[in-house]
Design a protein around this ligand. Structure first.
Ligand code: NAD
Length: 462
């Protein structure tokens, strides 16, 4: 194949990125060889954080936000370089989002009752040192998001990151501690070990000084944490269906669905993983997917080939997760045009590329005979994860029916999935959506204990 100008530019960009990553300062704040030493360091830091003013905590958080903006590109490049998943442009956006919209101390509020018998408050205090397990799909984003929220709540945090994203996680943890030190806070507000393993995770889960564990990842880790005997926040897997009914703006629905599905190559757990379309508009929707949204229609033979590569031996092939559509097509010998962003096809809900949480831009469309059938199929496809679901409809009754039936932590109506985490939508950002344990989108208040403070017969000055 002859090398053209755009290929040369891509090569130059990739080389420059590798040099930037190699030149990136590799500080060691918060990085330990031994998990017990890491926990001890986080415990000492928490003693300082605990007695800090809220204002001081907020100063550290402001410094974190600034540093993450400054390092957004390098973190994004590191994540893609290390894991081979996602794309740099979207990961840069995710880092700016997490820096801007993760709630800080303003999320810690007080409830008060005042009357003849005095004043009673509910104060939200820290747990202490929190254990956190983070995924490979949003490695630094989750580390940053968890640290801001946990610190705002007065905690420090011990991470056991995904081993395949450890360099990126270490880079983020070092930055977060540098931000704390620059703002006059302690070192080790967040810590980790150089080589996280299941063993270091077990040490963390069993440690006497860890009272709360937040697990962000697939079903295995959430089950492990919920079996630990400690309080667990379980942010598990999803398989979000996007339902489209006959009242929707079909053209816009096609655009929103593809934008959500292809964001960071479909890595976000909230991203559209399949479409369930009411039969009367299914052909129109497919028309817009193909003619206006850079989708590639996979033939039956190509679907079979994709299935054998993506789900080799029935197991999700990690080499396909977070890859872009053209790379996936090249794996089955298809040289797709440069504009292709997403692979689409129509199939039954049981199709392995539809029923499995793939985390790559492959979007199967299931046809439903009417709206009730669409709801039934979408609920089946969500597999009871209670994570995320999406709908394109202008019928409020339909939306309500779907929302009640699918019962997910997130339900986006008439927009791309990422609007659920504050990207082009209202509300705050999080990368830990506690689907299984029900806290929903986590923020600083999720990481606090509620304490009742009672002043008897005084301080009511009404
Ligand atoms: P993964 O489950 O392979 O790994 C997640 C983390 O758990 C890693 O740190 C891993 O080392 C650890 N882990 C796995 N099994 C463990 C066990 N038995 N004991 C202790 N630790 C264990 O997930 P991944 O591939 O990195 O991320 C993708 C998955 O995470 C998808 O299923 C996605 O939906 C989910 N996810 C959920 C959220 C959410 O907020 N709900 C956010 C991001 C990702």
């Amino acid at each position: 194949m002859p090398i053209n100008e755009s290929m040369v530019q891509d090569i130059v960009q990739a080389v420059v990125a590798k040099m930037q990553i190699a030149d990136a300062p590799t500080g060691k704040h918060g990085i330990f060889k031994d998990m017990n030493d890491a926990i001890e360091a986080a415990k000492s830091a928490q003693k300082i954080v605990k007695v800090m003013s809220m204002d001081q905590r907020e100063k550290i958080i402001s410094c974190i936000r600034k540093k993450i903006h400054e390092n957004a590109e390098i973190l994004a490049r590191m994540g893609v370089d290390e894991t081979g998943m996602g794309n740099v442009g979207d990961k840069i956006l995710k880092h700016h989002l997490v820096a801007d919209k993760t709630p800080g101390t303003e999320d810690i509020t007080t409830t008060a009752w005042s009357g003849d018998r005095g004043l009673t408050l509910i104060e939200m205090g820290p747990f202490g040192v929190i254990g956190a397990i983070t995924p490979s799909t949003n490695p630094s984003e989750t580390v940053i998001c968890n640290t801001i929220g946990m610190l705002a709540g007065g905690n420090t945090v011990v991470f056991n990151p995904h081993p395949s994203a450890i360099k990126t996680s270490i880079y983020a943890i070092n930055l977060l501690n540098e931000a704390s030190l620059e703002a006059g806070g302690p070192d080790n507000i967040c810590v980790t070990v150089e080589k996280p393993t299941l063993e270091t995770s077990n040490i963390m889960m069993k440690h006497k000084d860890i009272h709360l564990i937040a697990a962000t990842g697939g079903p295995g880790v959430v089950t492990a944490v919920l079996s630990s005997g400690k309080r667990g926040i379980g942010a598990g897997a999803g398989n979000p269906p996007a339902v489209v009914d006959e009242t929707a703006d079909i053209r816009k629905a096609a655009k929103d669905i593809v934008n959500g599905c292809t964001f960071d190559n479909n890595l976000p757990c909230i991203a559209e993983k399949e479409i369930v379309a009411v039969s009367s508009i299914a052909d129109e929707l497919m028309h817009y997917l193909l003619t206006e949204n850079d989708c590639y229609l996979a033939s039956k033979e190509e679907q079979d080939k994709l299935t054998s590569v993506v789900l080799a031996g029935g197991k999700l092939n990690r080499k396909c997760v977070g890859r872009d559509a053209r790379t996936l097509l090249s794996m089955i010998g298809v040289d797709a045009p440069a504009n292709i962003r997403c692979i689409v096809f129509e199939g039954p809900k049981e199709h392995p590329l539809i029923t499995t949480e793939l985390m790559m831009p492959i979007l199967g469309m299931v046809r439903a005979k009417d709206f009730d059938d669409a709801v039934e199929q979408a609920v089946w496809l969500e597999h009871g994860n209670r994570h995320s679901a999406h709908i394109h409809s202008k019928n409020v009754d339909n939306i309500t029916k779907y929302a009640k039936a699918i019962d997910t932590a997130i339900l986006v109506k008439n927009g791309p999935s990422y609007s659920a985490i504050g990207f082009g939508g209202e509300g705050f950002c999080t990368f830990t959506i506690a689907s299984r344990t029900g806290e929903g989108l986590t923020s600083a208040s999720t990481f606090t204990k509620r304490r009742r403070c009672v002043m008897s017969d005084s301080l009511c000055i009404r």
